[in-house]
Ligand binder design. Structure first.
Ligand SMILES: Nc1ncnc2c1ncn2[C@@H]1O[C@H](COP(=O)(O)OP(=O)(O)O)[C@@H](O)[C@H]1O
Ligand SMILES: [Mg+2]
Length: 423
């Protein structure tokens, strides 16, 4: 039924390789576009295009000419709004309207939506309160605060501030990176446990498909805002199901979302989750691939099918799918000190481990890790599917024992390893 239909994938980053694969398995002809020459998903596509996803009108013209049947973005922040606009102009199947995309990509609109449904968020201050605090000197604001653009910009424009003067400067800085010019001032939750949840909405009904604990690196290494691992399901799943899940489901269904994936990042605060970053997309990484191995449910194929038919079949989703049948999914991102990589040891052994499902390397021998405290310090993304927490810990220890990334003097550049105690 789907054979020969044409699908345009917005964004060729590695997160979209699984989309090209799924579309090919369904017999589709796959087009991939972005402004980069050698995007990984383009290498697998039938047709690669060089249109910037933001170039909505050009892409719409091309799709009309080429008679594209459907357009898709499963995982990328920057492709969310272009996806909505392109699908609307083309009248091809699309999840979400412009208002819903605004509510799930703009952090302020998202917070307002959460408060309407009793979903907790992190305490927020207005720019006016900050300016008043300066004038009256009797600050209602509890420092430190995190200041960031109102919309998702891949961690750009963000600062953590410990005092008023620097906070006022950070507002200016964040405003420049914000597509609306507005900013969020939020209590900075030091040492809080990071959490994420994801849903798929099918015919107006929201299903929880992921709970996740996200671990960041060590402050001394400058990696305290960089995730070094994500473990699923979360150890807070029972609390989440009891106290939070129903409110979030009411919100997503109340927003009138008919179909589509939603992802939300939050922090654990005693018996609740305080959310701070939404997305109208899947969560990134390789979770959906491993979820399929654990449960048999193919979320990517559901979305690909929707893109070209306007329908998806959610009959395989079960209330307890989230528990992964007792299995565990771990994304491990070993991080590196800045320096030049001379030799990588242990990679093959890790790749051959039967529980290591994928190993995406970001650096090769001869390349240099820059002296920056951002995602460029990640050596690789390693995905592990295990039968139990004990097995998961053993695999992490095995990887940490075998993997060495050496510089020219023979020093190991690997730093800030995940402690298996936290799992
Ligand atoms: N209020 C906060 N307190 C503590 N850490 C935060 C807070 N807000 C964000 N973070 C950290 O900073 C990261 C980036 O912030 P986020 O709002 O998710 O921005 P982006 O849209 O760029 O993903 C988060 O993943 C989290 O680790
Ligand atoms: Mg985020």
């Amino acid at each position: 039924m789907l054979t020969g239909k044409k699908l345009l994938v917005l964004g060729g980053a590695s997160q979209h390789c699984k989309v090209v694969e799924a579309a090919h398995e369904l017999g589709l002809k796959v087009f991939v576009t972005d402004y980069l020459n050698n995007s990984p998903a383009k290498k697998m596509a039938d047709v690669s295009l060089m249109y910037d996803v933001k170039d909505v009108d050009t892409i719409v013209d091309y799709c009309r000419e080429e008679k594209i049947d459907g357009v898709i973005n499963t995982s990328l922040d920057a492709c969310q709004i272009p996806y909505q606009k392109i699908c609307e102009k083309l009248s091809v199947p699309r999840y979400g309207n412009a208002e819903q995309f605004f509510q799930l990509t703009n952090k302020q609109a998202f917070k307002e939506m959460c408060s309407k449904y009793g979903v907790d968020t992190i305490t927020t201050y207005t720019v006016e309160a900050l300016k008043d605090a300066k004038i009256t000197e009797s600050s209602q604001i509890e420092f430190p605060v995190m200041i960031k653009p109102e919309d998702s910009r891949g961690s750009r424009g963000q600062s953590v501030c410990y005092g008023l003067e620097e906070a006022l400067k950070a507002v200016e800085y964040a405003a420049k990176e914000s597509s609306t010019g507005r900013v969020i001032i939020e209590k900075y939750m030091e040492n809080a446990e990071d959490f994420a949840a994801a849903y798929i909405i099918v015919d107006g009904k929201a299903h929880l498909i992921r709970t996740c604990d996200r671990y960041t690196g060590q402050e001394e290494e400058g990696l305290n805002r960089i995730a070094i691992a994500a473990a699923n399901p979360s150890k807070h799943t029972q609390m989440y199901l009891q106290n939070v899940n129903n409110k979030v489901i009411s919100m997503l269904e109340g927003m009138g979302i008919e179909n589509g994936p939603v992802f939300m990042q939050g922090i654990i605060d005693c018996d609740t989750v305080r959310f701070y970053d939404p997305g109208f997309r899947f969560s990134g990484g390789e979770y959906e691939r491993l979820f399929k191995l654990a449960t048999g449910i193919d979320l990517i194929k559901m979305l690909v099918t929707f893109a070209v038919t306007g329908k998806m079949d959610g009959s395989s989703l079960k209330a307890d799918s989230i528990l992964l049948g007792g299995k565990r999914i771990l994304h491990l991102d070993p991080t590196l000190h800045p320096g030049k990589i001379a030799q990588i040891i242990g990679k093959e052994k890790i790749e051959q481990h039967e529980k290591v499902v994928s190993f995406f390397e970001r650096y090769e021998e001869g390349e240099t890790v820059p002296n920056r405290n951002d995602v460029s310090r990640r050596y690789a993304e390693i995905c592990i599917l295990s039968e139990s927490k004990d097995e998961e810990k053993e695999i992490v220890k095995f990887i940490q024992k075998e993997l060495h990334v050496l510089d020219e003097e023979g020093n190991d550049l690997i730093c800030s390893p995940l402690s298996t105690e936290v799992l």
